[in-house]
Design a protein. Sequence first.
Length: 282
Amino acid sequence: MNLPSNQPPSPALLQILQDLASGQTDVEAAAESIQASSIGSAADMQTVPGATVDLGRLARCGFGEVIYGEGKSTDLMTQIVQTQVAVGQGCLITRIDATAAAQLRRVFENTRYNPSARTLRIGCGDENLDPIGVEGHSTHVAVVTAGSTDAHVAEEAAETLAWMGVACERIDDIGVAGPQRLLAAVPRLRAAAAIVVVAGMEGALPAALAGHVATPVIAVPASTGYGANFAGLTPLMGMLTSCAANVAVVNIDAGFKGGYFAGLIASGIANAKSEAASSKEA
């Protein structure tokens, strides 16, 4: 996994600690410097025509800045990606259309475009950009759809998890119209660190699923459904008023937000496991 705790300390932080160790600064001044650097220095902000690229987000938040592609020109996205890649940060672009994705893929060598998810991932080297399977990973996220027509939202969540370096298991088409399908999937769902559930229509699946697991469930309302679905508003309201206590809700069709939230949970668990193992070895 590409986890926050595995990121090397920044040169600025190392310099602060070296100055403290050598006596060139005191504890109070070092603390102020660390606090200031965690907020973000001018060096972390790179300006390109039309955007300010936040290169310090990886150090502050564990994962870099994501580009929202809709409404941005190909030239602007190219410049942002070039800025990120130049400092060794891989990129994720969401809501990008096929034409813009094709143009960026001609500029950058290592890419993965998912037309269903409308995402483009760009590596800063020759790393494998394929989604990470569950096998060999003790911590993973399950991404679930209520129906096959919710797949594009689930794909966005899965691509987000892959960018975060988090293993993902897909479980599709287990909505409440056939409750036996959900029951059959429960053992697999209980093994996940977090579960992203995408559901349209009336949005009933997250609550039905959450009652079977001791796991955070991130509900993503989908705009899939007939007129009374109100383009996702009906499942959104239903999910927000869910009786299940372990359900949190993101915006309509927000696969990225659901995937990112679940990825943070899984990353935190994986980090804790790694630190516990290191303590035992020591």
